[in-house]
Design a protein around this ligand. Structure first.
Ligand SMILES: [Zn+2]
Length: 99
């Protein structure tokens, strides 16, 4: 009588080793279905990443319309600066030293 061992080793009640469910031999149709899994057959929740249409800037008094593709709540004037990349004229080293 050593049931604990039996349960420790993964054997079923008949003493046969429990194997992970092996996929039964597949028919051709099933295989074809599998290959389509990557593509979405169902309708996508959203075709495009869009935001609410007809939004205006959230800044008080500003009525600038926002693009539906604009993910911010403010227009370009009122939106707090995120990452501003200076595109101004670069000063050469010589000019920097002169300044
Ligand atoms: Zn604004």
């Amino acid at each position: 009588m050593n049931r604990s061992v039996a349960s420790f080793e993964s054997h079923d009640e008949d003493g046969d080793p429990i194997r992970p469910p092996v996929r039964a031999t597949k028919g051709r149709d099933e295989m074809a279905e599998e290959s389509f899994r990557g593509q979405s057959v169902r309708t996508l929740p959203r075709a495009n990443k869009r935001y609410q249409a007809d939004r205006t800037c959230a800044a008080p008094g500003c009525r600038t319309k926002l693009s539906i593709y604009n993910k911010w709540d403010y227009c370009w004037q009122h939106e707090p600066v995120h990452t501003y990349i200076a595109r101004g004229k670069r000063r050469s080293r010589k000019e920097m030293e002169a300044a």
